[in-house]
Design a protein. Structure first.
Length: 65
């Protein structure tokens, strides 16, 4: 049986999460795409950087597990 392990990067804005993510990817690790209720920033692409959803859809997803 294969065990899946996850690393969760958490930190304040500007703390280096994106840098750490790129470093992990350079070692062959794959990264999931997070979900956010905020609006996309310039240059961000839905499905690549984040899944952008409204707050109602976000809460419904949590409710449905």
């Amino acid at each position: 049986m294969t065990t899946i392990k996850k690393i969760i990067l958490v930190g304040a804005g500007g703390s280096g999460k994106d840098y750490a993510k790129r470093m992990l990817e350079s070692f062959g690790l794959t990264c999931d795409v997070s979900i956010t209720t905020r609006k996309p920033r310039n240059g961000e692409m839905a499905g690549r950087d984040y899944y952008f959803v409204n707050e109602i859809d976000f809460l419904e997803a949590i409710y449905k597990d």
